[in-house]
Design a binder for this molecule. Structure first.
Ligand code: AMP
Ligand code: ZN
Ligand code: ZN
Length: 407
């Protein structure tokens, strides 16, 4: 009996190898979809039948809490590394390394692709090290200038690339022969971010963007059905942060309060300040006396829940605006007074308007399971659990806070 079992297993594996399948069958598939600035409550507007059906056939969370600051690059890196920005290194969309004087900016292609800024290990690197092939149809920070830190397959970021084309790209990867096919794929779309900034979260334009991204969710699932992979693929729909209304009437000109002589970086919800030499206490006191509609913190006294002090590139002073208010200097003021921007994000990550979504379905997930707020740093350990691989040590995320979503 035993010998017969061994023989049949041997025959099965021989057929498997001869048929060109080098990797063992049965490895899970995950598509991680990020909708930039898709706020947690956009799904209660009655505009999202496809995400609603993901919720009933899979799992859904009340919201996904971003890391501070609730900006795009810091949070996409938190999702993909399981670390707070202070640890993965991308502490803002723009910041300066005071030692080399180099400036990281999401608009500077040379810097944004320079691997030296990125201190965490992205999930695709963790996965590739352990035999899982990966791909990315866009993700903030991909690709970097070192091949070993990238997914095996990726597309170069192009803001205007049609969304349908992105989905077809993902489907084409899944149609590759089994031995070449990626098992982990990211997909990124920005429509709710664009429209949210321009017109605000309560605008008809944002409602259109919500409907559009929801239909695209349906299209992705339909295309998976077309290629007969719907039953084997786990799809996670999440977002990096939410959006809140801002106004040209609610501005705080920090440069006007302080005068010249300090380095002010960042505008809107968060500004970082490097005071002139020997001026730290004086600058702090001045801001503290004028603390209306914002809070000023010394880096060393940042409230613990921000997790925003353990990184030498964080400036000595951090100013956080009250939700809906915008911090400006004499240069950035003009942009905000024009009233062309009606929405923003980056504020305190406990402010609910900054929360995103988390919806998922597939063979790994429970069915019709609803939970409360999840933390985005826990997505990385969740991915490791689904693929049954070892997470990188010293991450901030915790499997215990999220694994109950799995079967
Ligand atoms: P923000 O709203 O300022 O936090 O940043 C959002 C912007 O990030 C979007 O408008 C995207 O165009 C941009 N973005 C997203 N992914 C990438 C990428 N891989 N490379 C460059 N820019 C990106
Ligand atoms: Zn974003
Ligand atoms: Zn944005």
């Amino acid at each position: 009996m035993k010998i017969r079992k061994i023989l049949s297993l041997w025959v099965l594996s021989a057929i498997f190898v001869l048929s060109g399948n080098i990797l063992p069958q049965g490895k899970p598939y995950v598509i991680l979809v990020s909708y930039d600035a898709f706020r947690w409550d956009y799904t209660s507007r009655g505009l999202t039948p496809n995400l609603d059906s993901v919720a009933s056939g899979g799992v859904s969370a009340l919201s996904l809490r971003p890391a501070f600051p609730s900006k795009t690059f810091p949070n996409h890196l938190s999702i993909i590394t399981g670390m707070y920005p202070e640890h993965h290194g991308i502490i803002h969309n723009e910041f300066r390394d005071p030692y080399s004087e180099r400036v990281y900016s999401i608009r500077d292609t040379a810097e944004v692709t320079d691997s030296r800024w990125y201190l965490g290990e992205a999930f695709w690197q963790t996965a590739e090290r352990q035999g899982i092939r990966t791909a990315s149809y866009f993700w903030p920070s991909t690709p970097l200038n070192l091949a070993e830190r990238n997914p095996k397959y990726y597309e170069l970021y192009e803001h205007k690339r049609p969304y349908g084309k992105r989905i077809e790209g993902v489907i084409n990867w899944l149609k590759m022969p089994y031995k070449d096919r990626p098992h982990f794929i990211t997909l990124y779309m920005h429509e709710t971010d664009d429209q949210g900034h321009k017109f605000g979260p309560n605008s008809p334009q944002v409602n259109l963007a919500i409907k559009q991204l929801d239909s695209l969710s349906g299209l992705l699932l339909k295309r998976l059905k077309d290629i007969k992979m719907y039953d084997s693929v786990n799809v996670i729909f999440l977002s990096d942060h939410g959006m809140t209304s801002i106004s040209s009437e609610r501005l705080i000109n920090v440069e006007e309060i302080l005068g010249k002589g300090n380095r002010l970086d960042g505008d809107g919800p968060v500004m970082m300040i490097e005071p002139g030499a020997g001026e730290l206490e004086a600058v702090y006191d001045k801001l503290k006396k004028n603390e209306e509609h914002f809070k000023v913190y010394k880096r060393d006294n940042m409230p613990g829940y921000f997790h925003f002090d353990d990184n030498p590139f964080i400036y000595p002073l951090i100013v956080v605006a009250e939700p809906g208010w915008s911090l400006v200097d004499n240069k950035t003021r003009a942009y905000y007074t024009k009233g062309k921007s009606r929405g923003n994000h980056g504020y305190d990550n406990n402010f609910m308007d900054m929360h995103g979504i988390f919806y998922a379905e597939g063979p790994a997930f429970k069915k019709g399971y609803r939970t409360g707020t999840l933390w985005n740093i826990d997505v990385y350990p969740l991915l490791c659990r689904i693929f049954d691989i070892l997470p990188k040590k010293n991450i901030d995320g915790s499997l215990e806070r999220i694994e109950f979503l799995l079967k």
